[in-house]
Design a protein around this ligand. Structure first.
Ligand code: NBP
Length: 477
């Protein structure tokens, strides 16, 4: 008996993926650097399906049917390269090495090119949903060669989350496309979390609501258009009371948000592509500010002043306004993330269908939400949509929200409550809709100090003005 699929790397993620394949009736070959984890899996979960454990890489490879499908689920980075170096010589033409870890898409592109030269298929797969998702149905974003999807796709679709029977798994595009889309998914997740945190902060500080009351507000919102996993768990977190002190859980946690790096990767890639993902960037920076202990301590010691006691009160229904601001800002963050996916697709010739990405994020992943149905519909109508904001559903939503959104940004500024997500999303929105941007002045400055030239509104061509020589630096900037 041979296995249809093998998993090497049996820590929490690999173990759960292997169990998920087995629970779906596939025979699963097992391998891990240290045999202990393999043994443990078979002892604890062997009854869930058919597992073929191997101690050596060679035995593991020999236990697989051809073309061999080897899922690598090890620590991203050098460990992945070590595993590839170990397995590649044991595989034959047409076999597949499938990296389901959180690799950077540039590493995936490099690995794919190197293995292609050896006749092997390297498939970088984005897997979202954490350990629970891996076991019960993740959202799966496979890249790699299209041919490999024919032999691999059905297995992945089997174990993926389903929405009305439709699997949250689709071939994203060649080489690093899957890992790229997974990265942007995480970037959007950062933005979503930041916006939710700002909504909570405003309800608490401006509205004076307790965490338990805010939990109920979020619970209500979860029934509406904001309905999503993140809103749902936010209500749970806010409801939580610390057993030892009796205080709200949120008040006993140190207010420094950590990060593993995928948000930062998203912003770095966006800078290279020239895509303004300001919502994601603000959320990465907001985490960095929260962790900036020396600066925050110095600011507290220096007593950086807040607004005077006469700072304005919120005009309007705060809860309703914050819901509108949250929804509108969320639309902006997703619009920016999807624009980044489209830009990368163009840059790397990936031919990614953005509507399909919204489709496979509808379940199994952290940003799963009702909202994604509307994104899917928008791109189904027009896959080349320049920005989600001009799709009728989102246009209507933002038009309806904008007055409330502005009131919330004003209140935050007047009361000295940081709301970088809400305010930068609004600035992005206003930048897009502005008939004239002050960029014209920047072009004038550039032409003044660097003779960089400019274009005119009234005739074609490049122009340079002979500015007064005085004050002009020697060096081109
Ligand atoms: P870890 O990231 O903790 O990695 C542990 C595994 O890597 C073990 O099987 C370990 O073998 C193996 N390994 C290491 Br470390 N160095 C190795 C080497 N040089 N050669 C061979 N094997 C090596 O496991 P995890 O938390 O299950 O995560 C696996 C992957 O999934 C990571 O890329 C992670 O970023 C990603 N992940 C994704 C999500 C998600 O939501 N999608 C969540 C968590 C993790 P050993 O047992 O012999 O030490």
């Amino acid at each position: 008996q041979k296995a249809q699929i093998g998993v090497t790397g049996l820590a929490v993620m690999g173990r759960n993926l292997a169990r998920n394949f087995a629970r779906h009736g596939h025979t699963v070959a097992l391998h891990n650097r240290s045999y202990g984890r393999t043994k443990e899996l078979v002892e604890e979960f062997g009854h869930e399906g058919t597992f073929l454990p191997s101690e050596s890489a060679a035995d593991f490879v020999a236990s697989l049917e051809r073309p061999r499908r080897v899922v690598i689920m090890v620590k991203a980075g050098p460990a992945t390269d070590a595993v590839i170096d170990e397995f590649a010589p044991l595989l034959e033409e047409g076999d597949m090495l499938i990296d389901a870890g959180n690799a950077h898409y540039a590493d995936t592109r490099r690995r794919e090119a190197a293995l292609k030269a050896k006749g092997l298929h390297f498939v970088g797969v984005g897997v979202s949903g954490g350990e629970e998702g891996a076991l019960h149905g993740p959202s799966i974003m496979p890249g790699g060669p299209k041919e490999s999807y024919e032999a691999l796709g059905p297995l992945l679709e089997d174990i993926a989350a389903k929405v009305d029977g439709v699997p949250c798994c689709v071939h994203v595009g060649p080489d690093g496309a899957g890992h790229f889309v997974k990265m942007v998914h995480n970037g959007i997740e950062y933005a979503d979390m930041q916006l939710i945190a700002e909504a909570y902060d405003l309800l608490r500080q401006v509205g004076g609501h307790s965490p338990a009351e805010i939990a109920d507000i979020f619970k209500g919102w979860n029934e509406g258009r904001l309905g999503s996993y993140l809103i749902e768990i936010t209500a749970e977190v806010l409801k939580q009371v610390d057993a030892s002190t009796g205080k709200p859980f949120v008040d006993i946690v140190v207010d420094r948000a950590e990060q593993k790096g995928t948000g930062r990767w998203t912003v770095q890639a966006a800078l290279d592509l020239g895509v303004p993902v300001s919502g994601i960037a603000e959320s990465v920076f907001a985490r960095a500010i929260s962790g900036g202990v020396p600066e925050r301590t110095a600011a507290a010691e220096a007593g950086l002043p807040g607004p005077s006691a006469t700072a304005g009160q919120h005009t309007g229904d705060l809860v309703a306004d914050v819901e509108q601001a949250l929804f509108a800002s969320k639309i902006v963050a997703y619009a920016q993330g999807f624009q980044q996916i489209q830009a990368a697709s163009k840059e790397y010739d990936w031919d990614i269908n953005p509507g399909e990405m919204a489709k496979i994020w509808r379940d199994g992943c952290i940003i799963r939400a009702k909202f994604l149905d509307f994104i899917k519909q928008a791109y189904d109508k027009n896959a080349a949509l320049p920005t989600l904001l001009v799709d009728q559903y989102f246009l209507d939503a933002v038009s309806g929200a904008q007055d409330a959104w502005r009131r919330v940004a004003v209140t935050a500024a007047q009361q000295g409550i940081p709301a970088p997500g809400f305010s930068s999303a609004l600035a992005y929105y206003d930048s897009l809709r502005a008939s004239r941007l002050p960029a014209a002045l920047i072009q004038g400055q550039r032409d003044f100090f660097g003779a960089h030239t400019y274009q005119r509104v009234d005739k074609p061509g490049s122009f340079h003005t002979l500015w007064a020589a005085e004050g002009r630096p020697e060096v081109d900037a």
